[in-house]
Design a protein around this ligand. Structure first.
Ligand code: UDP
Ligand code: MG
Length: 343
């Protein structure tokens, strides 16, 4: 008989007492359908991560877990934000299942796309990104700010998949390596592409929230964009450096111009010297800041202690299973010559 993967669906919940009773049965139905279709193993689970809600969300989760064994839940000690809630769920799941799917609890992301994600996993993909095919149900404002968000992130050097939020399938194999990304400022959708492995996208329609209201107003979106850029890229520092060089060049031209005017006597006394000082200092200061920034940026990336490479395949794992090296080694470390993943 085919070995079905054990799936854990990871659902972050923050003050969701209105929507949870509506969506929880939908998640369960989808899970049971997939179990019936023999896509996933019968001991698959739906893991709710309560992100320090101030309402009755946790009581709802505990009562769900008494109703059906497929529902389980964990609680964060306080509200840490969506990204940390998903991370907590993923780390909880990584040694207990074969695949995880993270999805918001408000029913906006098409629950039925999970089956297609699992199919892609069956075809050998370790990460499957859920991508919104349209944003017609979002307000004009949300749609445009969100689109600007992805463009801006990519322009700033944080590579993210366009229109992919945090609806994605990740295998436990990828999570084992992901656990080595020890950074504290996390931006999951930009980090999984860094882990690598075979990946693909599944497209779905995004719906309206089934109940309750969004916890991602513009302020939080901007905070998330800022976190995404500063935790994935040091490009803003390079931009300062580039501007510093440009200002220095312009300043140099300014100095020549001021001297020329002074020599030809077309200025009042003292003007040329002031202009020279301003041009010189402006350029030098910005350039110096940029250079210091480059060092700070390098220190920042070093301080993350990200794994330097990740090995995705070993020949002996495919060949003779009886050979001694087939005793699963530490898959990550200082031995080997695979690609660098630190940037
Ligand atoms: N969420 C969370 N912690 C927070 C904010 C949100 O766990 O501090 C969860 C929330 O319960 C939902 C998901 O993150 O499941 C997405 O939030 P929301 O639907 O409010 O964002 P939007 O879809 O409007 O961007
Ligand atoms: Mg939502």
């Amino acid at each position: 008989m085919k070995n079905q993967p054990r799936l854990w669906v990871i659902i972050p919940c923050y003050n969701e007492e209105e929507v949870l009773p509506v969506t929880a049965p939908l998640f369960l139905k989808e899970l049971q359908d997939m179990i019936h279709e023999e896509k996933i193993s019968p001991d698959s689970r739906i893991l709710f991560v309560n992100d320090g809600s101030g309402d009755r969300t946790w009581e709802l989760i505990t009562s769900l877990s008494r109703q059906d064994e497929h529902y389980i839940g964990i609680e964060q000690s306080r509200n840490r934000g969506h990204q940390n809630a998903v991370l907590a769920g993923l780390m909880e799941a990584k040694d207990r299942c074969d695949i995880t799917i993270s999805i918001d609890c408000d029913g906006q992301d098409d629950i039925r796309a999970m089956g297609r994600m699992v199919d892609e996993y069956g075809k050998g993909c370790e990460i499957v990104y859920g991508v919104r095919s349209s944003r017609e149900t979002d307000t004009w404002f949300k749609r445009n700010t969100a689109q600007g968000f992805y463009r801006f992130l990519n322009a700033m050097g944080a590579e993210v998949i366009y229109n992919h939020a945090d609806y994605r399938l990740v295998s436990s194999r990828v999570l084992q390596h992901f656990a080595d990304f020890k950074e504290v400022n996390i931006f999951l959708r930009g980090m999984f592409p860094l882990v690598g492995f075979k990946s693909t996208s599944v497209y779905y329609e995004r719906h309206e929230r089934m109940a309750g209201k969004s916890h991602y107003p513009l302020k939080k979106m901007l905070a998330l964009a800022f976190d995404g850029i500063t935790s994935l890229s040091t490009k803003p520092i390079s931009i300062i450096c580039g501007v510093g060089v440009a200002v220095s060049v312009i300043g140099f031209i300014g100095i020549l111009w001021a001297i020329a005017l002074a020599v030809t006597g077309k200025t009042v006394a003292g003007w040329a010297s002031i202009v020279c000082i301003v041009c010189f200092l402006g350029g030098i200061q910005l350039l110096s800041l940029g250079i210091i920034g480059e060092y700070v940026g390098k220190t920042y990336l070093e301080a993350k202690h990200r794994p330097r490479y990740i090995i995705s395949e070993r020949t002996w794992e495919q060949s003779d299973p009886g050979r001694p090296e087939n005793i699963r080694p530490e898959e990550q470390g200082d031995h080997g010559s695979e690609d660098s993943v630190t940037r």
